[in-house]
Design a protein. Structure first.
Length: 244
């Protein structure tokens, strides 16, 4: 009887190890399937948003709940004044047409200068605004770095800029250049002049703290430089990728 009992006791650890191994295998399978489903869903969204405007973003959803509504108006690229598109590019990413989603020169400058300077391109900002959330944590940055090349492959530069101009925040509760043009200047996006466009462009880094109708002196000077920069990128060809 004692021998039988010992054999049974030795068998239990083997059964426990076998059960644990099966649980681990199921967990790995679950994780891999979940990751595959997530990647598939993301690819489907990237393809869909190539043709359809994103109905909502995380930031718009959060702000809409906080403010009990936001101002937003989707405007096609054909209905946005060319000077407005050029001003935003000149202010945010002057070499937009020359890179593949990452501006390595700007990234090196950002690293050298620390947190006082940002190195994100318009492509990266579009990915962050459409597919991710605000913040500086490493997970968000890693996802942004992974998704940006996919968007650059799937979307033309003109489309990337069009989406960015329609989801960017131009003021508290004001999203997209169409809503911004009406809110601040009482005009449509197509009617923006070069000065108004430059004023809107310079609020983008800190839209909740800046009013394009009432800029401090240093930002008015910045807007004047952006206005000149918008004319420059048109002349030297750096606006060619988004102007038809």
């Amino acid at each position: 009887m004692a021998k039988t009992s010992n054999k049974s006791g030795r068998g239990k650890p083997r059964q426990d190890r076998s059960r644990l191994w099966r649980l681990r295998r199921r967990a790995r399978r679950f994780v891999w399937r979940g990751a595959l489903a997530g990647v598939t869903f993301l690819l489907a969204l990237v393809i869909l948003y190539r043709f359809v405007g994103p109905p909502l973003t995380h930031t718009i959803w959060v702000e809409s709940r906080r403010l009990n509504g936001v101002e937003r108006e989707w405007v096609s690229m054909d209905d946005i004044a060319p000077v407005a598109a050029r001003a935003v590019v000149a202010a945010e990413d002057a070499d937009y047409c020359l890179h593949w989603g990452f501006d390595m020169g700007a990234i090196r400058a950002a690293i050298a200068e620390g947190a006082e300077r940002g190195g994100s391109t318009i492509s990266q900002q579009t990915v962050k605004n459409v597919f991710l959330w605000q913040g500086r944590n490493w997970l968000r940055k890693a996802l942004e770095a992974a998704i940006t090349p996919l968007v650059e492959i799937a979307w033309p530069k003109r489309r990337i800029l069009e989406v960015y101009l329609n989801v960017a925040e131009f003021g508290e509760g004001v999203f997209g250049i169409g809503a911004a043009a009406r809110h601040y200047f009482g005009v449509t996006a197509a009617e923006l002049d070069s000065a108004q466009a430059a004023r809107l462009a310079v609020v983008l880094p800190n839209p909740r703290q800046r009013d394009p109708r009432n800029l401090p002196t240093w930002l008015r000077k910045r807007a004047a430089r952006v206005q000149d920069g918008a004319a420059t990128i048109r002349t030297d060809g750096r606006a060619a990728c988004f102007e038809s």
